[in-house]
Design a protein around this ligand. Structure first.
Ligand SMILES: [Ca+2]
Ligand SMILES: [Ca+2]
Ligand SMILES: [Ca+2]
Length: 405
């Protein structure tokens, strides 16, 4: 992460030039006097909206660690970057959506989003009305709806922290196709009444929902009239319903999720041809209420345990049977070295390219999960980890030091 150098900021001679409604500065980072800084053209603004209104496509706008009292609309393809989700925040006025994205290709990063109204009115923390945007490392609290996008594709919603203490809310709602929701954490205190929906996919297709952590909700993942989606590697714990399929849902693939102590782990309201496993030998989901799990033979009928229960697990339903044919015998955990964007349950050269892109690209496509990429277990990702991965791919050297193991 790039750290702002405040000493440098004040030491550099400040050159004020009025331009496009803002101040031209030389070599500046955001500061108390320059809370909104267009790093592409070195211009300061006092409000985020003023900076957006003056921005050109591709600009990077950085925010100081403070609270901005605004509701903003982003109608140009920019990156809007705070210092950290807990130190830079946008506080809406509670009468409309806090952030509305209408341009395609916008990135919002490292921000808190607050002031989304009340729990009787549908306002959004971030409303996305375009394609190919990225929302990453935001903290969204006390919103009726955290993040919403309807009918668009290519949006990435990852590594956000979404919470509320209200008695109703919807965390992330997505329709459209080819969107990704991953690495997000949804928090409600265990002492609260379980209410709300963490993730809703609504008439969506080809949505990848993975590595999210969802606790203490009424519905963790709610699939409504949505087909051909992939829901995998999520941890779903202490909810009323872990995953709920309602209306016509076909050909959704649900696997490698850990279902832990949900009142109803999974439920499908109508019969549908959904797949609750990833086949043999990859496996299905871990169900902590699967009391019939024994593992003495592998799923290719050889005589050795393979981490997959030897009998299927029945999903509660109204209609024809749904089964996880290959339920996991233990909780799924990330595979060391498997760090590509859509985990394929194999360590291969995709992982190498993905890790290289993370280390030497813009850092937005963080390895998933980060612990799996830390192959020498140092707590940081460096070229040394790449070297170990390459050695494994070329020579079969075991990945023994991984933090995930
Ligand atoms: Ca087995
Ligand atoms: Ca892989
Ligand atoms: Ca490392």
């Amino acid at each position: 992460m790039r750290l702002f150098n405040f000493n440098k900021c004040f030491a550099v001679g400040v050159i004020f030039m009025l331009s496009c409604g803002g101040f031209m500065l030389s070599g500046q980072y955001p500061s108390p006097s320059c809370p909104v800084y267009n790093a592409t053209d070195s211009t300061c603004y006092q409000t985020i909206q003023a900076a957006i209104d003056a921005a050109s496509s591709g600009d990077l706008i950085k925010l100081y660690s403070t609270t901005f009292y605004e509701n903003i609309t982003i109608d140009v393809s920019i990156t809007l970057e705070g210092y950290h989700m807990f130190s830079t925040s946008i506080q809406g006025d509670c009468t409309e959506d806090v952030v509305t994205i209408t341009a395609a290709g916008v990135t919002i990063k490292s921000l808190g989003i607050l002031g989304c109204g009340n729990n009787n009115t549908v306002y959004h923390g971030i409303k996305i009305e375009s394609a190919n945007n990225t929302v990453v490392d935001t903290m969204i609290a006390e919103c009726y709806r955290g993040i919403y996008t309807s009918g668009y594709s290519g949006n990435i919603i990852r590594d956000n922290l979404i919470s509320t203490t209200w008695d109703y809310y919807e965390g992330i709602i997505v329709s459209g196709s080819n969107n990704k929701i991953y690495g997000n954490t949804f928090i409600r205190a265990a002492t609260e009444t379980r209410v709300g929906w963490a993730i809703i996919i609504l008439s969506a297709s080809n949505t990848d929902i993975y590595q999210n952590s969802i606790r203490n909700h009424e519905y963790a993942i709610y699939v409504f009239a949505a087909s051909n989606n992939n829901i995998f590697a999520n941890t779903i714990e202490d909810n009323d319903y872990g995953i709920y399929l309602f209306s016509t849902c076909e050909d959704n693939k649900i696997h490698h999720n850990n279902f832990l102590d949900n009142d109803i782990q999974a439920y499908t309201y109508y019969a549908g041809t959904n797949q609750w496993d990833n086949g043999c030998p990859s496996g299905g989901n871990y169900w902590d209420n699967n009391t019939n799990c024994t593992d003495v033979s592998d799923c290719n009928a050889q005589q050795s345990p393979d981490g997959i229960c030897d009998s299927s697990f029945s999903i509660p339903y109204d209609g024809t049977a749904n089964y996880d044919n290959y339920p996991l015998a233990a909780q799924w955990s990330p595979m060391c070295g498997n760090v590509d964007g859509s985990p394929d349950y194999a360590v291969n050269w995709d992982d190498y390219y993905y890790l290289i892109e993370y280390l030497y690209g813009d850092g937005l496509n963080a390895p998933v999960p980060p612990c799996a990429a830390d192959m020498n277990c140092t707590g940081t990702l460096t070229i040394a980890d790449v070297s170990i991965l390459v050695d494994h791919l070329n020579n079969g050297t075991p990945l023994t030091g991984c933090c995930c193991q």
